[in-house]
Design a protein around this ligand. Structure first.
Ligand SMILES: Cc1cc2nc3c(=O)[nH]c(=O)nc-3n(C[C@H](O)[C@H](O)[C@H](O)COP(=O)(O)OP(=O)(O)OC[C@H]3O[C@@H](n4cnc5c(N)ncnc54)[C@H](O)[C@@H]3O)c2cc1C
Length: 431
């Protein structure tokens, strides 16, 4: 086909580096049309009476798209910003631009997969192929030592076999030259108000991170810089009262501003310079947990949650207006450690893993509130929200995930309760 144009549909892959989808689209076409859809479904309320995307994550998203836009502009093009559902808008785009093929990254969350399905069905009627890429994980599924259906459900086994038998591929280089479709009107970046936020009532407090590939790469660089005293290269001793090391890479990873492979290879490079240490290990282990939950979602879908009648329970639940749940959300439980973490979550959109485990334990095992209420609240508030990581970790805390006690790093309820008890008696300050 002469003058072949490929539409590159960006979702949570907002970067130029290590982006196979983009590299292949450039190689297989004469010009590309990068597109991002502001899908209204992501800005609605959920059945848990929470917002699907809170204001802090929306800010991070807008910053990330702006950063990608600037990167494309430096290469002489842009990204088309479209308001609406992809399945409603894509017909017009492929017709207007005479698109031959559409590329996108495959997701594992049920909602994201359903949206891809709608787009695929629509494109099929136009005889246009939707090509799927896998670019969210450290290990590509085809490089794993087992097919998806045989991936061990126990994290420890997944880790052992994957580390022993699979390889982490090297990163794709960021393109230095791109031919873009000729277009003049690339669309305005919406404001928070356009996305439905009332800036008078939605609190925008300290944001812990700025979105975008450029900021993510800078953060990674500063973590590993030779003069960084407190970061990765120095292993620290942690106590329950003093939360441990946290790289804070998660939001950039969740939006795909950083690729997990880039993080992996940069950490490996730093290991070569500074030697092995616990902080490096923690980041690499975290990337494996991230892969594990994604692959579990791919393997099991909703059956990952080993809870009978889960969907019915969610629909029937009357807990959404429970006063104890409201106190948990607003940090007024009177457990100082829980309240402090919830305050941080509400004002910054981030709490470290230790904090997530504690507040989740408190909700599920002390207040006895259904775990899905907590997961939905995290979905609204976390900047780094990722469906598999969030719902997967909550399921682990609730004891209904697929992993079990054989995993060394699995959830330990008695340990978490002990930390909560210490918090009540000592009221430690851990700011
Ligand atoms: C109830 C609960 C909900 C969570 N929800 C999310 C979520 O929505 N999004 C999210 O990215 N993480 C989630 N996590 C996992 C983990 O707490 C965060 O990834 C981590 O706190 C992010 O901080 P960091 O970047 O400093 O992590 P580091 O410890 O520095 O780890 C490096 C990276 O590894 C990944 N990672 C680490 N631990 C995990 C884990 N247990 N599961 C999955 N990925 C992991 C993250 O991408 C992280 O950035 C959740 C954990 C719990 C207990």
């Amino acid at each position: 086909m002469k003058n072949k144009k490929i539409l590159v549909w960006f979702r949570n892959d907002l970067r130029l580096h290590d982006n196979e989808m983009l590299v292949e689209a450039i190689a297989k076409s004469d010009s590309i049309l990068p597109v991002y859809f502001f899908d209204p479904r992501y800005f609605e309320n959920t059945r848990f009476e929470t917002a699907k995307t809170g204001v802090l994550r929306s800010m991070f998203l807008l910053e990330s798209i702006l950063s990608l836009r600037k990167a494309f502009q430096q290469l002489g093009g842009d990204i088309l910003l479209v308001q609406g559902k992809p399945e409603d808008k894509i017909r017009e785009l492929v017709t207007q631009f005479e698109i031959a093929e559409v590329y996108h990254h495959r997701e594992v969350g049920p909602e994201e997969t359903e949206i891809s399905g709608h787009v695929e069905d629509l494109l099929w009627t136009l005889k246009i192929n939707l090509k799927h890429f896998i670019g969210h994980t450290l290990y590509n599924k085809e490089d794993l030592p087992f097919p998806i259906k045989d991936i061990p459900d126990v994290f420890a086994q997944f880790k052992k076999k994957t580390e022993r038998d699979a390889i982490v591929k090297s990163c794709f280089l960021a393109p230095e030259h791109i031919d873009f479709v000729v277009h003049t009107s690339w669309g305005e970046l919406p404001s928070l108000k356009d996305l439905g936020f009332d800036l008078n009532t939605d609190t925008i407090a300290e944001q812990y991170a700025v979105g975008g590939e450029e900021a993510g790469l800078l953060h990674l660089k500063s973590l590993l810089a030779a003069d960084a005293d407190i970061y990765l290269k120095h292993s620290t001793k942690h106590t329950p009262e003093k939360p441990g090391f946290s790289s804070r890479l998660s939001a950039w990873l969740a939006f795909g501003c950083l690729s997990p492979r880039m993080v992996y290879w940069k950490v490996k490079e730093a290991e070569g310079i500074f030697g092995l240490n616990a902080n490096f290990n923690q980041v690499l282990l975290g990337l494996l947990w991230r892969d594990y939950f994604r692959f579990m979602f791919k393997k099991h879908g909703i059956a990952f949650f080993q809870e009978r009648d889960l969907e019915k329970d969610i629909l029937d639940a009357t807990e959404f207006v429970n006063p104890a749940l409201e106190k948990w959300k607003t940090g007024q439980t009177e457990n100082p450690i829980v309240d402090r973490y919830m305050y941080d979550l509400n004002t910054t959109g981030f709490i470290p893993h230790t904090g997530r485990l504690l507040v989740a334990t408190y909700l599920v095992h002390v207040l006895k509130i259904h775990w899905t209420c907590g997961a939905a609240y995290f979905e609204e508030k976390l900047i780094d929200y990722a469906p598999a990581s969030n719902w997967g970790n909550w399921a682990s805390v609730a004891g209904i995930g697929k992993d079990d006690a054989k995993s060394k790093n699995t959830f330990d309820l008695s340990k978490q309760i002990k930390i909560l008890d210490v918090a009540i008696s000592d009221s430690p300050s851990f700011a």
